[in-house]
Design a protein around this ligand. Structure first.
Ligand code: KG4
Ligand code: ZN
Length: 373
């Protein structure tokens, strides 16, 4: 039986992207608009919460309007509104939640609350189903971004004809998220913001085995991550190698002139710096892949899902793909556009909840530490 294609308007404002999207059914993205605040936060080297909230306020109305126009529908055609209500920055979340509530009230449409992390999981399903593929559950899912690094066991069951997803947390970072560590190391090396994409572009020019960062020493949950140790090791390496200081200063000046392309920064980087970048990336990737595959083995899963901004990393993708082929398991990534924060993934995560009639009421609030269950 073919499912009717309900139209879901997704709204996302948990961090530094104001996003809206219209998704039909579980696979057709009619529009996905993302207003990124990278330029606003660049000079601070990270997201400034007050600036983020203010910018969401300016962007939310035009972004939703644009998503509706690009989809060639009207707000009246929408069947439900799905909005991120956590986790994230409280002031940022409140903009989307308040706007979603007002819109749902004004249009008389159901409102669906979506956990941002469930959105990242559903970004993988959305991408796969648009390509006619269907990841087998149970799966182990690594969500790895600037704000999160966490492994879940994802299962689903049919309840009253609707698919109901459950998420059990296996492990997560005890300090920095992997993307946050990339951003901080890029800042130390004067490579610009955000750091992950530029590290990704420069790492192939260095030797990943030049510097050994070692495994973080941790007791307790073996599926937990720690990235602050690797970040501090980079800092100590720079202190022991003061000869790298002049080129850091040269790159800082280049960035101040607006020269932030990978080619420009590479010509200002010595082989020693490129080796450091490659070795750092290798340590982060080995950690992420090693812990995730250990969780896959422990759960006996046949499917791995990898999502979040850092899932765009070429070396991470290559390593997961090689390991998955070796173990004869399946690995799924969203496209790069669906890896970073967007609202199509929020609409997709809201869809099964809409079908199950799990609607929020107007007491819905932003929950900065919302857990995924
Ligand atoms: O998912 P996202 O857009 O926002 C958060 O929820 O954090 O992820 C942004 C993070 C940043 O830390 C950025 O440096 C990192 O993802 N990132 C990457 C790459 N592209 C973005 N890290 C490594 N390699 C990349 N290609
Ligand atoms: Zn995210």
């Amino acid at each position: 039986m073919t499912e009717p294609e309900h139209l879901i308007l997704g709204i996302e404002s948990s961090c530094d992207e104001t996003a809206a999207a219209i998704v039909a059914g579980r696979r057709r993205i009619l529009s996905s608009v993302v207003a990124s605040q990278t330029e606003i936060h660049r000079k601070y080297g990270g997201v400034v919460p007050e600036l983020a909230s203010r910018e969401h306020l300016c962007q939310i109305v035009p972004v939703v309007r644009e998503a509706v126009e690009q989809a060639h529908v009207t707000l009246r055609d929408i069947d439900a509104i799905a909005v991120t209500n956590g986790p994230g920055l409280v002031g940022a979340l409140l903009v989307g939640v308040t706007y979603g509530k007002v819109l749902a009230q004004a249009l008389g449409k159901p409102l669906i609350a979506v956990n941002h992390l469930a959105g990242h999981v559903h970004a993988v399903f959305l991408e796969a189903s648009s390509a006619g593929r269907s990841p087998q559950l149970p799966a182990v899912c690594l969500i790895v971004s600037g704000g999160h690094t966490v492994i879940y066991h994802v299962t689903s069951e049919l309840a009253n004809g609707a698919e109901r997803f459950s998420y059990a947390r296996i492990g997560g970072t005890r300090d920095d998220a992997a993307g946050e560590a990339c951003d901080k190391v890029a800042r130390m090396l004067a490579l610009g913001y955000p750091g992950g994409p530029i590290i990704d572009r420069l790492a192939p020019y260095g030797n990943p085995n030049a510097i050994r960062f070692g495994e973080p020493k941790m007791s307790g949950n073996v599926y937990d991550f720690s990235f602050s140790g690797i970040k501090t090791a980079v800092l100590y390496h720079l202190r022991r190698n003061p000869q790298l200081e002049p080129e850091i200063e040269a790159r800082r000046q280049a960035l101040a002139r607006g020269e932030r392309s990978a080619d420009a920064l590479r010509t200002l980087s010595s082989p020693a710096t490129l080796d450091l970048i490659a070795s750092f990336q290798c340590a982060v990737v080995d950690n992420l892949v090693g812990r995730t595959l250990a969780a896959v083995d422990q759960r006996g899963a046949r499917t791995v899902l990898v999502s979040g901004g850092v899932a765009a990393n070429s070396e991470l993708r290559r390593t997961f793909e090689a390991e998955a082929a070796r173990r004869n398991i399946e690995v799924y990534f969203p496209s790069r556009a669906l890896s970073t924060d967007n609202a199509a993934m929020i609409a997709a995560a809201g869809y099964p909840r809409f079908l199950a009639g799990e609607c929020a009421d107007f007491s819905l609030n932003a929950v900065p530490n919302l857990a995924l269950a």
